[in-house]
Design a protein around this ligand. Sequence first.
Ligand SMILES: O=C(O)CCC(=O)C(=O)O
Length: 268
Amino acid sequence: MILSDMQIEQFREQGHFIAEGVLPHDVLNAAADDFERLRSKQDAEIRSTGERRGISHEGRNFIAHLHLQSEASSKICFDSKLIQIAAALMGENVRLYWNQAVTKAAHSGGAFSWHQDTGYHKMDPLEYLTLWIPLEDATVENGTIWVLSGSHKWGLQEHVVDDDLGDKVGYQGEEPGIPVEVKKGSVAVFSSLCFHRSGPNNSDKPRRAYVVQFCPSHAVDDTGLKWGDNIEVVRDGQLVDLPSGDWAERIVDSRENWDSSIIENWRI
Ligand SMILES: O=C(O)CCC(=O)C(=O)O
């Protein structure tokens, strides 16, 4: 059993917990190099247009579908331990829903507003799973995440777009939340309905995190689409054997009920 009863209980009651010592440092270091490469490409694009790209700003970058753009990242998002965590919490049939880098530059990487992940794209069922994986120790100083413990029980709240930032904001209350400091190699696990935000990076080093999300395989959005990355990873309680061979080709399969433009629109 990959998770303890206590962790599962904490997930059900509080909507979040930390899984310690899940990923080796060398794998995270390799991904960090790719994050930097993609981040500088995205920053150059943002500078050339002079406009934010969705919720990405220079110094606060979101880079989606890393499994298509970085072999090192694909090793993390299809890591069997992560998939087992997802299976323990999401059930017998699980698919990769989304994966993205979130990078904050030293001193200038800004905060990210309170939201529920489901607030960004509504799914049915509403709840899926977010694994937040820092590539270095994540602290209050360098802009770790904060959560509103227990807020996954509030149901999906209305989110309003902040026109300056592009962020969807779902909580305007006074609660500061609690900081979740996560050691390199460990993973913050939370419900997509658990409100979270992240602080600015006030440190003199970049803060990079990899967000990997899994949902029940049957989850669809309100157009009936298996929205997102849509790669089956657990079927009837068994880990799906991902085809071996070239990492970029193995994800190009015959996915049904899926819109490839979702990925094309986000790819860098
Ligand atoms: O890494 C961060 O700063 C926050 C990322 C986040 O909240 C998200 O991707 O939903």
